[in-house]
Design a protein around this ligand. Structure first.
Ligand code: HEM
Ligand SMILES: Cc1cc2nc3c(=O)[nH]c(=O)nc-3n(C[C@H](O)[C@H](O)[C@H](O)COP(=O)(O)O)c2cc1C
Length: 492
């Protein structure tokens, strides 16, 4: 049925809320209380074209969550403009009106992108990326952990030429660093993951793509390949490629319906993703305090008192939407491995030595020591401390399993600390979200260049010419080591 603007516009209240997404009109009234993003955000879009706001957060797949019968019909295309979407929060504030972000050359450290992004991102998107779990202690721990290991430089070692290339899961990488999974990159930049992977492809850096991306799995893979092909054309015109092509890997959240999980795995495989990284630190969503504050405020503004009170406790804990799978256990890995088939399987979010040993026993090729950027468990261990725990209590896994680490890395030289302690590579999250928000894919390239230059000069300054020389002796990890879990001390 073709609906006109006047008819749709009438349905803008909690008792009848219609929204338009991609030209189709949905009655979301029965879904308001179930929407994991809160009822208020939908009511604000009531009677309007929600497409621009929807695209920042969701891929079209999410519409399958709506109850049967939600689709009311199509909107008359001529009516679209008159139903413009409502912004989810105050418009972005710029440093000075009309000035836009400062020249990208001002970004000299990875942290500089955050300062620029603060002037570009909406309040809600800034909360999404910067927020952490509970009172923020896990994030603080991640950020400070890198400074609690210092280098032990050697001098007079001839570091005129250095070798920084490596392999991640058997695939060539220009440096021991990759972009970690971040959901909803549409909140960072209108081009979302597509814009993100273009920057990665241009620098030959590997990327881990989130299950909850705003672009479809296929669109992301196609954009990445397209950029690589453009690059290959340029290089065949006489310019030598500075690095071999990089790869995309798929981050899997297991849904509580196996059929949904299976479809995710199959699509990633068919789209050419090279390895599957199952996130295991998220049986439920962590307490994202600042996101909850926003939902509470928005609900109260609309007089939705019950929704506001619930939002303070996190919707998912009250109405599990099936997005995550709290029942997931080690036994499920055999099934995931079978469905994924050939190609590396990695567990992302491992946080103690016992589980690294189990990952090896269950046939995984890698683990990511990670606490999800401090967004899941309260006072979770930082990756470096877990790495020390592995060196102490199960050193036999080193060399049999790739150990990747992430959380809080903001300086490229720090990558060396993880490599010295036995890691293969370090994942980076938030700095790339901010760089993308501030400058699109050029920001991604610049952020990589900054981290790579810090890493290369760091190698020279501590007197190593290749990553093979990055050994435990080059770091003093005593301070972190002192705080590491020890069974003999913990027996109370
Ligand atoms: C009408 C159809 C919609 C459906 C079926 C839907 C469904 C969902 C689902 C299943 C989630 C959980 C996370 C995920 O799977 O991505 C979610 C989260 C969310 N949604 Fe929607 N949504 C819809 C529309 C919208 C619109 C129009 C907006 C914005 C204006 C929006 C904003 C959000 C936000 C902010 C979150 C929270 C994300 C987070 O904190 O992780 N949604 N939605
Ligand atoms: C905005 C944001 C979204 C994220 N989304 C996901 C996700 O969808 N899946 C996942 O496994 N990890 C996700 N993470 C965690 C990152 O993959 C990574 O573990 C973490 O960000 C590393 O810490 P850093 O941001 O301090 O570099 C997200 C992190 C952020 C900041």
């Amino acid at each position: 049925m073709l609906l006109n603007a006047a008819e749709v516009a009438k349905h803008n209240t909690t008792s009848s809320c219609w929204i338009v997404v991609h030209g189709k009109v949905y009655d979301v009234t029965p879904y308001l209380e179930q929407h994991p993003g809160g009822a208020a955000i939908l009511v604000k879009q009531g009677g309007r074209d929600a497409t621009p706001e929807f695209r920042k957060v969701h891929s079209a797949d999410v519409l399958e969550n709506l109850p049967q019968g939600s689709l009311q019909g199509e909107l008359d295309p001529a009516a679209l403009a008159s139903l413009a979407s409502a912004p989810t929060s105050a418009p972005p504030s710029s440093p000075s009106p009309g000035a836009g972000p400062p020249h990208i050359a001002h970004c000299i450290t990875a942290l500089d992108f955050e300062a620029v992004a603060r002037g570009v991102l909406s309040h809600n998107s800034l909360s999404y990326v910067s927020s952490s779990a509970n009172a923020g202690l896990s994030l603080e721990g991640n950020l400070s952990s890198w400074s609690r290991i210092s280098f032990r430089p050697r001098v007079l070692r001839n570091v005129s030429s250095i070798l920084i290339r490596t392999e991640i899961l058997g695939f060539a990488s220009p440096l021991p660093l990759y972009a970690s999974a971040m959901g909803q990159l549409g909140r960072s930049h209108p081009g979302g993951e597509v814009e993100f992977v273009r920057g990665l492809a241009r620098r030959g850096v590997h990327g881990l793509i989130s299950t909850v991306s705003t672009n479809s799995t296929e669109e992301i893979a196609a954009a990445f390949r397209g950029e690589q092909e453009k690059l290959a054309e340029t290089t065949s015109n006489g310019v030598t490629a500075a690095f071999p092509p990089s790869q995309l890997h798929f981050q899997l959240y297991c849904h509580n319906d196996r059929a949904v999980t299976l479809a995710r795995i199959r699509r990633a495989k068919a789209a050419g993703f090279r390895s599957l990284w199952v996130t295991v630190d998220t049986p439920v969503l962590g307490k994202r305090t600042s996101d909850r504050r926003i939902q509470v405020t928005e609900a109260l503004e609309l007089g939705l008192e019950r929704a506001a009170e619930n939002a303070g406790f996190g919707w998912r804990s009250h109405a599990p939407a099936g997005d995550f799978q709290p029942a997931l256990s080690w036994e499920d890995l055999a099934w995931i491995r079978k469905e994924w088939g050939e190609g590396p399987l990695v567990l992302k979010g491992v946080q103690c030595a016992e589980d690294v040993r189990l990952a090896l026993q269950h046939g995984c090729q890698g683990v990511v020591l990670s606490n999800h950027g401090g967004r899941q468990a309260h006072t979770a261990p930082d990756a470096l401390t877990t790495l020390l725990e592995i060196r102490t209590y199960c050193p036999e896994v080193l060399g049999k399993l790739e150990i990747l680490v992430d959380g809080g890395l903001r300086d490229g030289s720090d990558v060396l600390k993880a490599i010295c302690l036995g890691a293969t590579a370090v994942g980076v999250g938030r700095p790339f979200f901010y760089a993308l928000a501030a400058y699109g894919s050029r920001g991604i390239e610049r952020c990589i260049d900054i981290l790579a230059e810090e890493l290369a000069s760091g190698m020279r300054l501590i007197g190593i010419a290749s990553l093979d020389e990055a050994k435990p002796e080059r770091v003093n990890a005593s301070r972190l080591f002192n705080e590491m879990w020890r069974p003999e001390r913990s027996r109370l």
